[in-house]
Design a protein around this ligand. Structure first.
Ligand code: CU
Length: 84
């Protein structure tokens, strides 16, 4: 089991937090995802045999937000939050 933290961009409210959380929890292999709007990051616990960081990032990006690892270039969110 692995725990990783991803930086999330494009979240503006609690609805966004829900959207990102659901997108991460829908990934098979993810056992826990907790998303912080204030810190703009997600802490994800996952089975490294089932999934990996790239899959996790894609799930967030497909939900319309940006996701990157600490120190990486932020990806541009494809929409401005859950209401836009
Ligand atoms: Cu929102």
């Amino acid at each position: 089991m692995q725990t990783t933290t991803l930086k999330i961009t494009g979240m503006t409210c609690g609805g966004c937090v829900n959207g990102v959380t659901k997108a991460l929890q829908a990934v098979s292999g993810v056992t826990d995802a907790s998303v912080s709007l204030q810190k703009a990051e997600a802490t994800i616990q996952y089975d490294e045999l089932t999934t990996n960081k790239d899959v996790l990032k894609s799930a967030v990006i497909n939900a319309g937000y940006g996701a990157h690892e600490n120190g990486q270039t932020p990806s541009i969110p494809t929409k401005g939050g859950c209401c836009g």
